[in-house]
Ligand binder design. Structure first.
Ligand code: C5P
Length: 464
C-alpha cells in the first residue's frame, strides 16, 4: 500500500488542509484520512464491490438539502436525537444548535455523534465564530427546524430577541422556519403563547403539532406534546421537496410484508417461504416518494427500511389488529404472505414426544383475511386498496377473480411456481390487474417493481 506524507504536498494544499482540520477539530492527518475515506466510499471506480443495491441506503433528500435543527430546553429534547436520525436517514445534512437550557436535557456530544458534525451552543464562542459564525449558520441552510420549540423560545422569536446563538440565528436567517412546539397544556393555552403563535404564523413560520396526549408530568394530559420525530421529518420533506420530487407527499401509506408465524406451541410454528423483500421494497419506494409509511411486517431477516414507522408482528391476527390500528391511510398495499390457517388450539406448553404414543393431530382454522377485511370496511376504507396474488397457475384469471372476491382496487399478480425463483429471490415478473384490464410488466428486480408500483399509485392518487 502506498504511503502519503502530508509534508510533501504543495503549500496551498497544506494551508487548505490545516484550515479544514482546524474547522472540524481534527489533526491534519485525520482530516486527510477522512477525505480519502469519503472519496473511496463515494467512488464506484474505487469500490465496485461495495456499490449499494438500488433499494439500499438512505432515502435521498430533495437535491441534498441542509437542515439546521435548533433544540430548545424542554423534556421533549430527547426526541430531537431521534429526529436527527430520522432526518439523516432521509438523506438531509443536519447541523445542530442547542440552547443553554437544552444542554440540561441532552449533551452536545450525543447530538454531534448523530449529526456527524460539531454542535453549536454559544454565541460568544470564539472557535465557532472563527469556524462558521452565527450569520453563516443562519444562511448555510435550507430550513431551520426548532424542536422542541418551548414557550420561551417562541416568545423570544415573536419579539425579535437575539440574546443567544439560537435566537440570533432565527433572527438572521432567510430560510423557512418550522416550529415543533412542546410545552405543558396550560402554557400552550396561555393567552401570551397564543398571541406569540399568531404573530409567528403571520410572520410565515410553519407549525407541526403540538399533539394531544400524555405529558411528561404524571397525570397531565392535553395539547402540548411535541409532534413525533417521524411526523416532523415528513413535514421537513414536504417543505423542502420541489414540485414533483415527492409525488406522495402528505399521503399516508400502509404496507404489509413478510410471512406470518402461526404458533403450534410456544416453540413451534407454521410459516411460509416469504422473504418480505417485495413488501419492504414497496415501503421504501413509498417513503422516497414522500409518503408517511407504516410497514407492518411478519418475521423477516431484512433490515428495517429507513424512514418507515415499523410495526413487527408474528401472527395473522396480530397483523390484522396492527393494520386496523394504522387506519386511516390513503393507500394500503397488502404484500404479506399471510398464513391461511392457524392451529385451532395452540398449546401453552411445548407438546412432548412420548414413546409409544400416537403422533399429535393438528386441527386448523382459517385466519382472518386482512386485505378483504380492510377493503370491505364501511368506514376508514383507504382510497386505494392493493392486494397481491401469488399463484402457481392461471395467474391472470385467478387474480381477476381475487380482485372481485377481496373487494380491492388493484391486484399485483405473480407466478410463484418454484421454477420462477420469485419466492425469496431478488427479481419478480408481475401483472397489474385493475378494473380497466391486465398489464404485464417486464421481468425486473423487486426494487424496480416497487418503484413502478409507487409511480402508478402516485399517478392514480394525484389524478383524483
Ligand atoms: O387469498 P390469497 O392468500 O391468495 O390472497 C393474497 C392477498 O391477500 C395478498 O395481498 C395478501 O397479503 C392478502 N391476504 C391477507 N390476509 C390473509 C390472506 C391473504 O391480507 N389472511
Amino acid at each position: 500500500m502506498a504511503s502519503l506524507t502530508v509534508r510533501q504536498l504543495d503549500e496551498t494544499l497544506k494551508q487548505q488542509l490545516r484550515l479544514r482540520a482546524a474547522r472540524s477539530g481534527r489533526s491534519v492527518e485525520d482530516e486527510v484520512r477522512n477525505i480519502l475515506k469519503a472519496a473511496a466510499e463515494d467512488s464506484d471506480a474505487l469500490a465496485p464491490m461495495a456499490k449499494a443495491a438500488p433499494g439500499a441506503g438512505p432515502v435521498p433528500a430533495p437535491a441534498g438539502k441542509r437542515v439546521l435543527l435548533i433544540v430548545g430546553g424542554g423534556i421533549a429534547a430527547y426526541k430531537s436525537l431521534d429526529l436527527i436520525r430520522r432526518l439523516k436517514e432521509r438523506g438531509f445534512t443536519v447541523r445542530c444548535i442547542l440552547t443553554a437550557a437544552a444542554t440540561q436535557f441532552i449533551t452536545p456530544l450525543a447530538a454531534g455523534a448523530l449529526t456527524g458534525e460539531r454542535v453549536f451552543t454559544d454565541l460568544f464562542d470564539p472557535a465557532s465564530e472563527f469556524d462558521v459564525g452565527h450569520i453563516r449558520l443562519a444562511r448555510d441552510t435550507d430550513l431551520v427546524v426548532v424542536a422542541p420549540a418551548t414557550a420561551d423560545l417562541m416568545a423570544k422569536m415573536a419579539g425579535g430577541h437575539a440574546n443567544d446563538l439560537a435566537t440570533a440565528v432565527l433572527l438572521a436567517t432567510t430560510a423557512k422556519i418550522l416550529l415543533a412546539p412542546a410545552m405543558n397544556p396550560q402554557m400552550w393555552a396561555n393567552k401570551a403563547t397564543q398571541r406569540n403563535l399568531a404573530q409567528l404564523t403571520a410572520d410565515g413560520v410553519t407549525l407541526i403539532g403540538p399533539n394531544a396526549g400524555e405529558m411528561a408530568e404524571s397525570g397531565e394530559r392535553g395539547i402540548g406534546r411535541m409532534a413525533e420525530p417521524m411526523e416532523i421529518a415528513g413535514a421537513v420533506d414536504r417543505l423542502l421537496a420541489a414540485k414533483g420530487e415527492r409525488p406522495l407527499a402528505g399521503k399516508r401509506v400502509l404496507v404489509t410484508s413478510g410471512p406470518t408465524h402461526e404458533p403450534i406451541d410456544p416453540v413451534r410454528y407454521i410459516a411460509n417461504r416469504s422473504s418480505g423483500k417485495q413488501g419492504h421494497a414497496i415501503a421504501l419506494a413509498a417513503v422516497r416518494a414522500g409518503a408517511e409509511v407504516t410497514l407492518i411486517s411478519g418475521p423477516v431477516t431484512l433490515p428495517d427500511p429507513p424512514g418507515v414507522r415499523m410495526i413487527k408482528v408474528e401472527s395473522a391476527r396480530d397483523m390484522l389488529r396492527a393494520a386496523e390500528q394504522a387506519l386511516p391511510v390513503d393507500v394500503a398495499i397488502f404484500a404479506a404472505a399471510v398464513a391461511d390457517w392457524r392451529v385451532a388450539n395452540a398449546g401453552d406448553q411445548k407438546i412432548k414426544k412420548k414413546a409409544g404414543e400416537t403422533t399429535p393431530e393438528l386441527s386448523l382454522v382459517e385466519n382472518p383475511d386482512i386485505l378483504s377485511t380492510v377493503a370491505h370496511r364501511t368506514d376508514q376504507r383507504p382510497k386505494l386498496v392493493i392486494g397481491f396474488a401469488a399463484e402457481t397457475e392461471n395467474v391472470a384469471a385467478n387474480a381477476k377473480a381475487k380482485l372481485a372476491r377481496k373487494g380491492c382496487d388493484w391486484i399485483v399478480a405473480n407466478d410463484v411456481s418454484p421454477q420462477t425463483g420469485i419466492m425469496g429471490g431478488d427479481s419478480n415478473t408481475v401483472q397489474l390487474v385493475t378494473a380497466d384490464g391486465i398489464e404485464a410488466w417486464p421481468p425486473q428486480s423487486k426494487d424496480e417493481v416497487a418503484g413502478m408500483l409507487i409511480a402508478r399509485i402516485a399517478a392514480a392518487m394525484n389524478a383524483t
